[in-house]
Design a binder for this molecule. Structure first.
Ligand code: ADP
Ligand code: MG
Length: 467
């Protein structure tokens, strides 16, 4: 293995933190951070400004500490934060290992404004592309080949083939990678192309900020004149009517002028409870493709490719061990690889199948065998349908509540093998006949309703992933 740099350690830690935090928080607070110094007991993290420093110290210190300890399997005792700016694109300083003999008090926190500086995270004018997300670095296999082919077709002939292109699937399966690859390829072929990548949250924040500042026209000029607009994770389009209205018109304008729109989500358009029907039908006009988890062979190929990128050599035995142990998604696969690399680097020993097995044991719980609780299931169903838990379990028979409630009862029966009386009791103290009715109804509906089938499989994926 090559020597591990603080940068690689931080990347691995960021991988863990990203899984633990919401996307918006992650981007806002961890963008432009890096490790500037480290030794066996202490890590110093550089941050771009005092505000971020205070925020990390106050809110994320223990998560950061845990992530680092996790990766190194070592008792890092201290993490410090230091304001230090770095020119964008300049690599982080590497291989600095200096003993530091004075601990900076982490209690020295300035007064804390409450709202995060959302717009700072993605300054206007920046196109939002990460260069290494390319088609070349994307491994094609079962589960993503259709999405990959469509993405390439779109990059080759934007605005003409599939418009919009809509990719959906669980976390860490390469949607963002493919979306960015489209933009990167277009820019490569035509450096003057106007391409824009935003998350739905950035779109929302941008729009709200623009309206507040009296810059709605500038907003329109920016978004409605691009050749390619990519909006990632549109399930986070909140129920904000004005924002959706704006997105709807942006979409229509671009579409009419044969400009390409590419979107992603964790589920098909119809299953996003917060978006309006007319937007759903617009989204379905183009190409809707799902991305599913890679099979073993693809996982091994992905590991091989990541090793090559990082200049790490691991035997086939070890690659197979990792791929067999980490099955849920590519992000975790990468995380496991980084962790393994970091660990052996830190201990200065060569990796063996045994040591690797040890490290990935935390990943290798077979999702099908995980046990889930009623609480987890309730929370998952509530979040999926964008409902409050109290409403989901409450008395109202309004369809938008009653149907998810029936799905919930069905899942308790199927996945937890709960008895009907137990389900009734758990779901707002209902009678067991209500539970029987719900389970029968949903199991019949599942047979013929494709959308419901998809919703249920996404719900399962989610609850087991979170468990
Ligand atoms: P999603 O947007 O679906 O949550 P990402 O695109 O962020 O997933 O992927 C998570 C990580 O896994 C990224 O680092 C990405 O480069 C990598 N990845 C996912 N799929 C592949 C693949 N088929 N080949 C190579 N890398 C992949
Ligand atoms: Mg993504």
């Amino acid at each position: 293995m090559t020597s591990m740099t603080p940068q690689q350690l931080w990347q691995a830690a960021l991988g863990e933190l990203e899984l633990a935090l919401s996307k918006a928080n992650f981007t806002t607070w961890f963008k432009s951070t890096f490790i500037s110094e480290m030794d066996e007991a202490r890590v110093t993290i550089s941050v771009p400004n005092a505000f971020t420093k205070a925020w990390l110290e106050k809110k994320y210190h223990s998560a950061i500490l845990k992530a680092l300890q996790n990766i190194l399997n070592a008792p890092i005792r201290d993490v410090q934060y230091r304001v230090e700016t770095r020119i964008a694109g300049e690599p982080a300083r590497t291989q600095v290992a200096m003993p530091v003999n004075q601990t900076v008090a982490v209690t020295d926190v300035p007064a804390m404004p409450e709202a995060p500086p959302a717009l700072d995270a993605e300054p206007a004018g920046e196109r939002g592309f990460r260069r290494h997300y390319t088609f070349e670095s994307f491994v094609v296999g079962k589960g993503n080949e259709l999405a990959h082919a469509a993405a390439q077709a779109v990059a080759d002939a934007p605005g003409r083939k599939y418009n919009p292109l809509y990719l959906y699937g669980g976390v860490g399966l390469g949607k963002t990678h493919l979306l960015q690859a489209i933009g990167n390829k277009m820019l490569e072929k035509n450096p003057g192309a106007r391409v824009l990548y935003v998350s739905s949250e950035q779109f929302t924040n941008d729009y709200i900020a623009a309206v507040r500042a009296g810059l709605a026209k500038e907003f329109k000029d920016r978004y409605r004149t691009v050749d390619l607009l990519i909006v990632d994770d549109i399930q986070f389009f909140a129920n904000k009517e004005s924002t959706q209205e704006e997105f709807f018109h942006t979409f229509n304008t671009l579409h009419q002028e044969n400009r390409q729109v590419v979107l992603s989500s964790d589920r098909p358009p119809k299953s996003i409870p917060t978006i309006q029907e007319r937007l759903v039908s617009r989204l379905e006009m183009g190409m809707v493709i799902d991305v599913s988890p890679p099979d073993l062979e693809t996982r091994i190929a992905i590991l091989r490719s990541k090793c090559q990128e990082k200049g790490v050599h691991l035997s086939d035995d070890i690659l197979t061990t990792i791929a067999a142990g980490v099955t849920s998604n590519v992000r975790e696969l990468e995380g496991a690889l980084n962790k393994i690399h970091a660990y052996h680097q830190f201990k200065n020993i060569p990796p063996t199948v045994e040591t690797v097995k040890n490290i990935i044991s935390s990943y290798s719980i077979n999702p099908a065998k995980k046990t889930i609780t009623a609480r987890q299931l309730i929370a998952t169903v509530a979040a999926y349908y964008d409902l409050k838990i109290d409403d989901l379990l409450g008395k109202s028979r309004e369809k938008k509540l009653a149907f998810p409630r029936q799905v919930l009862m069905f899942l308790m029966r199927e996945e937890m093998k709960s008895s009907f009386p137990a389900i009734g009791t758990e779901i707002g103290g209902r009678d067991h006949t209500t539970a029987i009715h719900a389970c029968t109804k949903i199991s019949l509906l599942v047979e013929k309703d494709e959308k419901l089938r998809q919703d249920i499989s996404l719900l399962k994926e989610r609850v087991y992933h979170a468990a």
